[in-house]
Design a protein around this ligand. Structure first.
Ligand SMILES: [Zn+2]
Length: 412
């Protein structure tokens, strides 16, 4: 056991209760080993050279982004499939490092992220957020992970390249593909349950995968004590995914109130990601997004803000996501600003901490400042509940992951 380090006089947020507490955060072996609350003036007795004084700073739990694609070095996903995995990996390493700088100490990859990157991160070879990955997304032919243009006839080779998804048609093929992702240690399975923006031939309003195919994936995930996340925009796609037992819905931009209630009754999680539509509208054309995809963006942007309001009003288990592609990933923190138009700061922070941790099945371990939890936290130069712009500013004063200062404050 390494000698504990104490982050002293921290004003830290209890996200669950919505209150600020003041105390000394003692960290050992990557966890909060002891938290001593204080109410009086700062106590400097027993200060050791490696302790860190956080007087006057605000401390929030390390942020969790529940929808990223760390391999998406370009918005042209077809082009991505032709890159060498080694090249895509170097891009992923840089993207992950940048996410950490913004205060994201954990991310969930919802297509492409794999065991190699997760292992490299946990072994310290790669500087970045903890990576919860699902491997390749499963898609039907002509579905959201089928990146062939309509004129292309050659069949897609599954698992050949640095792409984010693979094609599997029919319950047996879905089952086999699911087992193969689980074989590599996937934390969840991702299926494409409806149309999307970045894919060249499907309609956003299409439903993808039959109930039997979805159920095959859900059964395999369930038997491995994992869960299925489904890409779904419309009530039809969301509803079928819920009927199949899917636990996590991605996007949900076109969700109506009835569907929101069905989601709540099912105890499912919803991860929205409005910033990606804002970014695609602003920069998509120059970042490699094909024309056919550009036209889909408008349809889902305004609807997404409406769906966010419905999700908030209906009390859904709402998680923070961004889904940015290519060079647009630098706008990750702008999701906070977009959500703040419709939600209270504390609700948004919960989406990026405690609720996200529940989705990841790491409740009490991640996204919280509490004894025995992972010592992941972000130090801000002000109160984000009063000045939420502090979170949209992508450069927090200090980021601590597993007890180590990984950004700002003189790295150790
Ligand atoms: Zn995505």
């Amino acid at each position: 056991m390494n000698a504990p380090v104490v982050y002293k006089n921290a004003r830290y947020l209890d996200v669950e209760e919505g209150i600020w507490r003041t105390g000394d955060l003692e960290v050992a072996d990557g966890r909060f080993s002891r938290i001593t609350q204080s109410t009086g003036p700062a106590d400097d007795s027993g200060h050791r050279p490696h302790d860190v004084d956080l007087s006057g700073r605000h401390v929030i739990p390390g942020l969790i982004d529940c929808h990223v694609h760390v391999y998406a070095m370009t918005a042209n996903l077809a082009e991505l499939e032709t890159e060498a995995p080694s090249y895509a990996t170097m891009h992923a390493a840089r993207l992950m490092g940048d996410m950490l700088e913004r205060g994201f100490t954990t991310v969930r990859d919802t297509g492409g992220g794999d065991h190699g990157l997760a292992a490299a991160q946990s072994e310290g070879l790669l500087r970045g957020p903890r990576l919860f990955f699902g491997g390749k997304s499963l898609s039907q032919t002509g579905g959201h992970a089928d990146n062939r243009r309509p004129g292309q006839q050659q069949s897609q080779e599954p698992m050949c390249c640095a792409g984010l998804g693979m094609i599997a048609d029919g319950p047996d093929a879905v089952r086999r593909a699911a087992r193969d992702q689980l074989r590599t240690g996937s934390h969840h399975l991702k299926i494409m349950a409806g149309g999307g923006v970045a894919s060249p031939t499907d309609r956003v309003d299409s439903i993808q995968y039959s109930l039997a195919e979805m159920r095959a994936a859900v059964e395999e995930a369930h038997d491995a004590n994992r869960y299925v996340a489904a890409h779904a925009y419309t009530p039809g796609a969301i509803s079928r995914a819920l009927d199949a037992g899917v636990r996590s819905i991605e996007h949900a931009n076109l969700m109506d109130r009835d569907t929101a209630r069905k989601l709540r009754d099912a105890g499912a999680f919803v991860t929205m990601n409005l910033v990606t539509y804002w970014a695609l509208k602003e920069f998509g054309a120059s970042m490699g997004l094909p024309d056919a995809s550009q036209r889909k963006v408008d349809d889902v942007l305004a609807a997404g803000e409406n769906a966010l309001r419905i999700a908030d009003e209906e009390g859904l288990q709402l998680c923070f996501g961004t889904d940015l592609l290519g060079g647009m990933q630098i706008h990750q923190s702008k999701e906070f600003e977009i959500r703040a138009r419709h939600q209270e700061p504390l609700s948004i922070l919960r989406a990026a901490t405690t609720t996200a941790a529940k989705l990841l099945q790491r409740d009490g371990e991640l996204g919280v400042i509490r004894e025995d939890a992972s010592a992941d936290f972000v130090v801000l130069d002000g109160d984000p509940l009063q000045d939420f712009g502090l979170l949209s500013d992508p450069a927090p004063e200090m980021v601590v992951q597993g007890g180590r200062i990984v950004s700002g404050g003189g790295e150790n």
